[in-house]
Each structure stands twice: as C-alpha cells, then as structure tokens.
Design a protein around this ligand. Structure first.
Ligand code: ADP
Ligand code: MG
Length: 302
C-alpha cells in the first residue's frame, strides 16, 4: 500500500515509528508536511498540492495533526476525504476531539461517565455555578493542551478571579468549563491507547511534584498499568462515540468509578517506551485491514 502520514515533523518519534513499521510490513510510507500543502478548489475535483505536485495515488492517510494547526490540518484532511481517500481519522472527528466542550457533550450523550461539568459565559452566574460544582473547582479552556489552560481553584475568591480573567482575555471566544475536581486521582490519570476496538497499550501518568496535572509535558512520569474490565470497555466506548478509530483516551480513577477526561485524536507514541507495546505496528495493521474497505464510516459533515 501507499500510505501518507500527514505530519509536520518527520523527526518526530511517532512519525518515525509509523514510517518504520509501515516499511517493515512492505508498504510505501511518505511523510507529508500538511502545513506546506495547499488546497485548490475548482469545479473539476478537490485537489491538494504538495511541493508543486498534485497529491494523489495514496491508498490511505494517517493524519497526525498538531493541536496548534487543527483548522488547517483538518481542511487538508477534508479535501482528501472529498477525493474519497481512506483516512485513519476523519477530519470531523479530529475537530470534535480538539474541543473539550463538544467532546463532553458527545461523551455524556453516549453514556460515557465524565467529571461533572458546567459551562457559562455570564459572570453574574459565578456564585451559582460554584455552589453547584463545589470546591475546589477545576477551570479549563475548551482548547487547552498539555495542561496549559487548566487551573485548580481552592476558594470562591480564587475561582471568581480566574474565571473573570478567562472570560475577559479570551478574544477568540473559547468556551470555559468548570469541572468537579476529582481529588481521589489528583495528579494522576490513565492513558488508554485504542486502535479499532481494542486497547493496545495503557499507562498511568503521575505528576512528580505537587502539581495536580499529570501531563508529561508538565514533568509527569509514567508506568505501565493494567486496566480493569470497566476501564477497558469505557475507553473503547469513548473512542467510538467520538468517531475515532485511533485514540488516546484519558481516564481518571474516581471513587464512583472511571471517568473519561478527554479523547486524544493524535496520541503520542511515548507509550511504546513505557509499556514495551508496538503501537505503531497495531496502527499499520489497522490501516491494512480497513483501508481497502469503502471509506471510513464517518460521514463528512460540519
Ligand atoms: N476534573 C479534574 N479533576 C482532577 N484533575 C484534573 C481534572 N481535569 C484535569 N485534571 C488534571 O489536569 C490534567 C490536564 O487536564 P486535561 O483536561 O487533560 O487538559 P489538557 O488537554 O490541557 O491536558 C489532567 O491530565 C489531570 O491530571
Ligand atoms: Mg490532557
């Protein structure tokens, strides 16, 4: 097969691993820097150009779209979808996963347990919101990544001022979530790497200092972990609800059972080093089994 890996960094570990495993399995794998692609909208066909040439002849694409370039990256993926190219992740599913509010709406509708969440744009509601959610409270930007837009407020005063700042200095209209603080799992969460309908690797991340965030970018450490049956099923259900066949599902162990925190559309492969599992090979296998079939099941839509 001829596989395009849409990634801006061919030196990136995940990208390198995908190329390596695709080649090891006899495929031709090319890294396409989607930021250097351009879209041509014309009445004949939806085109994508790369390095002066029309991008064509691929049996499958594996999007590895960075958070900071979601809109452009997804526009390129969408253009290729319109040509009928099979994609490991649909543009609509990636877009949804990048918005924590939209994700929480989809997950709760599908019956996947998540931390209790409130969303408002009215500063006059603050006291009422805080009364409902309790203290301490987590305040997060719907577009946060690497833990950078997530705040823990212990008091009403701190929560009120953090919220006001978020509302005020938020010109692109990003939604702000107020979330119940899952104290029992403070500083730790679980990443389940889902491929198709299986969890192929799982790890527990733990912040190594007193930070409540377990993001590895914030200096967290990770170890391999065995999921309970409930956690495994929940991870698969969450990925499915989001329309992602390849996903990094983040779970928290709470006193009322596992809760899904977020579903990552482009999960990193650092998990291979932690767990010793060959995640890249599982992904390529998934592509082999599914790319021949007509389209991914997700409809291309808004
Ligand atoms: N409701 C919560 N209760 C306790 N800890 C949380 C909660 N939400 C987030 N965290 C912690 O903060 C980290 C970052 O939050 P997350 O929602 O995953 O945002 P990001 O996408 O920026 O990583 C999580 O990995 C977790 O350790
Ligand atoms: Mg996270």
């Amino acid at each position: 097969m001829k596989i395009a890996i849409l990634s801006n960094g061919n030196a990136n570990y995940s990208t390198k691993r995908l190329v390596e495993e695709a080649e090891a399995r006899g495929h031709e794998a090319k890294v396409i820097k989607y930021k250097n692609c351009y879209i041509s909208l014309n009445e004949k066909r939806p085109d994508v150009f790369y390095k002066g040439k029309r991008l064509e002849g691929y049996d499958a694409i594996i999007p590895r779209i960075a958070n900071y370039m979601t809109r452009y990256g997804c526009a390129i993926v969408r253009q290729l979808e319109m040509q009928g190219v099979w994609t490991a992740s649909s543009s609509i599913a990636i877009t949804r996963a990048r918005d924590k509010l939209r994700s929480a709406q989809i997950l709760t509708k599908a019956g996947v347990d998540t931390p209790k969440t409130l969303v408002s744009r009215n500063t006059a509601d603050i006291d009422d919101l805080l009364d409902q959610i309790g203290l301490p409270v987590i305040i997060k930007l719907a577009t946060s990544t690497h833990g950078n837009g997530v705040v823990l407020a212990d008091t009403k005063k701190a929560a009120r001022s953090a919220l006001q700042a978020f509302y005020l200095y938020n010109e692109d209209g990003t939604n702000i979530l107020l979330q119940e603080y899952i104290e029992e799992s403070a500083g730790s969460d679980i990443r389940a790497f889902v491929v198709g309908s299986k969890v192929v690797a799982s790890m527990k991340r733990q912040s190594l200092d007193d930070d409540f965030r377990s993001n590895l970018h914030k200096g967290g450490g990770a170890t391999s972990v065995k999921l309970t049956e409930e956690e495994r099923k929940m991870a698969i259900k969450a990925a499915k609800a989001m329309g992602l066949h390849i996903a990094g599902v983040d779970l928290m162990r709470s006193s009322r059972g596992p809760l899904v925190l977020e579903v990552n559309a482009s999960p990193g492969f650092g998990i291979e080093k932690i767990t010793g599992r060959n995640v890249a090979a599982k992904m390529i296998e998934y592509v082999e089994h599914n790319a021949g079939r007509r389209g991914s099941k997700d409809k291309v839509g808004a």
